[in-house]
Design a protein around this ligand. Sequence first.
Ligand SMILES: *[C@@H]1O[C@H](CO)[C@@H](O)[C@H](O)[C@H]1NC(C)=O
Ligand SMILES: *[C@@H]1O[C@H](CO)[C@@H](O)[C@H](O)[C@H]1NC(C)=O
Length: 459
Amino acid sequence: MADRNGGSLYSIGLLSWKSLIALLSLALTVFVLSWSLLLNSGRYQFIDQNLFPHLKHYNPLFIDHDQQASLKVFMYDLPSEFHFELLDWKPDGDTPWPDIRSEVPEYAGGLNVQHSVAYWLTLDLLASEFDNAGGRYAIRVHNSSEADVIFIPFFSSICFNRFSRLNAHKKTNTNKELQKKLVTYVTGQPEWKRSGGIDHVIAAHHPNSLLDARMQLWPAMFILSDFGRYPPTIANINKDVIAPYKHIIKSYVNDSSGFDSRPILLFFQGAIYRKDGGFVRQEIFYLLQKEKDVHFAFGSVKKQGIPSATKGMQSSKFCLNIAGDTPSSNRLFDAIASHCVPVIISDDIELPFEDVIDYSEFCIFVRTSDALKEKFLINFIRRIGRDEWTRKWEKLKEVEHFFEYQYPSEKGDAVQMIWRSVGKKVPVIKRRLHASRRFSRFGKPARKASFPLPRNLLS
Ligand SMILES: *[C@@H]1O[C@H](CO)[C@@H](O)[C@H](O)[C@H]1NC(C)=O
Ligand SMILES: *[C@@H]1O[C@H](CO)[C@@H](O)[C@H](O)[C@H]1NC(C)=O
């Protein structure tokens, strides 16, 4: 009896054990399936799509099978004096924009092009209206209520480059005047009033561009080269986007060089004596000047001539990037375009697209304090052998596309990568926007936010 009881108990146990396993595996399957769906569908699947109709199109399962997301951008129709007129283009008719199907105004001159990001982004938005080539991340919309972000198409860098010299008669210059006008224009728009500027995007790639307006427009997202001249409250990696410099040196097409065919071990191009923080360059120059396979080319790429800089970087295994008066410089991007493995000595540098690019795969980072030790840097670099160098060189050829500004833009180039970075900040914008509305029923705050002024505003 006890046996039978035990037996039946046992078989009941066996039965429920079996169904338990079946249930468990079913649950596991559902769990795995739902996770893979979640992971495949991008981050916006985590929230109820109906809550945020604006975000619906982020879901690539519904919209784009290319794992691409699209960003809806409303662009102010700023008068052309803020953008293409700064490149000597003249408007014709009542649109402030050139018809880029027939004519694309060229960027103005020489080294200025390194900070031309606003120009490429604007061209890309204009092109999004007639060119549906694959891989486009941002599209221009004309109804700002439907937009994820509001773009301010001010070519601030070329404005600084060309028009910051003081006018002899007035105590001001075009650069200052335009910024003042811009602040008046933008802060008067219903879009700005609606969000306090939090969902606005503006490029200020030259470290001195937008110097006056940044203090008024800072709730917006900035597209910058680095944060060197910004107080952390005005610009930071949470809120803003770091964009690459456009390289000055031509891409090394069909590079069949190798470790042994690049005779120069280490190449440096640039000014040795800099205003701020540039003492490191000087020290490193003294440490390295006696090494015969290290090449120092003083002065800018322009002074040296682009052909000689190109030849220098393409003949070198490693290219030095030392912080100058700002943490970043275009030299890094020239090195990448030349497939010269960058050696970065800049403790505070911020790098573009670092959420998807692991720079340690193709760059060498050395702490400033180490680089200043006698023989440290040169011994360290000499110890990097052919295999490691070749791996980095191969990787450089894979990633160079991310740093290419071009029109028309192509999938995965600098233009698309910047829009992608902007798109990734949309949830941050939403959070800031919602947080800013907590006390909105009580009106504007009595005290203004206070923050330290940037160094270059104090001097
Ligand atoms: C703009 O979009 C909003 C939200 O979709 C809509 O309510 C409004 O009617 C649109 N305005 C125009 C002029 O189409
Ligand atoms: C690079 O190689 C390809 C294929 O061999 C060739 O068609 C192209 O002209 C080369 N480009 C340059 C700039 O040498």
